[in-house]
Design a protein around this ligand. Structure first.
Ligand code: MF3
Ligand code: CO
Length: 251
């Protein structure tokens, strides 16, 4: 069942989204060679406590951390760990936060030190694909329009879109209907309606789209070992168009 949110509910999610955007902005300068993804986890937890928010992922379906930290060929749901990040790595930090009853979900791929041109291009294309998906998040369009816009752009750049993980509705809990694939056919799927709040979160691989699961039963990585990036926003569908609830202010 797709739940539509009231103006007030969306406002609360936007407050959470603003705080989450600030966390990602802080991480831009925090992440550098030598720090660990466990340092990122601790930094985020402290930041949330300080600002009266909580980490919604912790305890969700048995997940133990506030953040997911997925390095290089890891697609999503990497565990925070104590290995140092190296110059040239890329790391996707994903988290859901709760503030005054509102939830917001956003992932961002960060460079570690100096990265290759190839990694930079992957990140640029992945981020642009997110915004191409968001452009389609309009009252009256269909879910397939979002996936189609993302997939056709990404494949046109020579990359592939992960199939095994999707965006989702979000509201009282992290994952609600509808599910939002980042691939698909224009004009297909459920119609988007005012008051729906969804995540759009394309994961893009330099090589093939196939993923495999680590033995921890959480972390997915590319089968061919190629790099993977991800950008995710929480987006409200309103009569005035898509409103990005987790947008980061420019410097
Ligand atoms: N933030 C993730 C998403 O974008 C959800 C992570 S699932 C968890 O869908 F179990 F790790 F919390
Ligand atoms: Co997320």
């Amino acid at each position: 069942m797709i739940k539509r949110k009231s103006k007030r509910e969306i406002e609360l999610m936007q407050e959470a989204g603003k705080l989450l955007a600030k966390v990602h902005k802080e991480l831009r300068s925090f992440i550098k060679p030598g720090i660990t993804t466990m340092d990122i986890e601790n930094f985020v937890e402290k930041y949330l406590v300080k600002h009266g928010a909580t980490a919604e992922q912790k305890g969700y379906q048995g997940y133990e951390y506030a953040t997911c930290a997925s390095i290089n060929d890891e697609i999503c749901h990497g565990f925070p760990r104590k290995d140092e990040l190296k110059d040239g790595d890329i790391v996707t930090v994903d988290m859901v936060i709760r503030l005054n009853g509102g939830l917001a979900d956003s992932a961002w791929t960060h460079p570690v030190g100096n990265i290759s041109e190839e990694a930079q291009k992957l990140m640029d294309v992945t981020k642009s694909s997110l915004y191409k998906g968001i452009e389609q998040a309009q009252v009256g369009k269909r879910i397939g329009d979002i996936g189609h816009a993302i997939q056709s752009y990404v494949e046109g750049e020579g990359y592939s879109v992960v199939r095994d993980f999707t965006g989702h509705g979000i509201g009282e809990t992290i994952h609600e209907d509808p599910y939002i694939p980042h691939f698909g056919e224009a004009g297909k799927g459920a119609r988007l309606k005012e008051g729906m709040v969804i995540t759009i979160e394309p994961m893009v691989n330099i090589g093939g789209w196939e993923s495999k699961m680590d033995t921890n039963n959480w972390t997915a990585r590319t089968v061919d070992g190629s790099l993977s990036a991800q950008y995710e926003h929480t987006v409200a569908i309103t009569a005035d168009g898509p409103v990005i609830l987790t947008e980061q202010e420019e410097d």
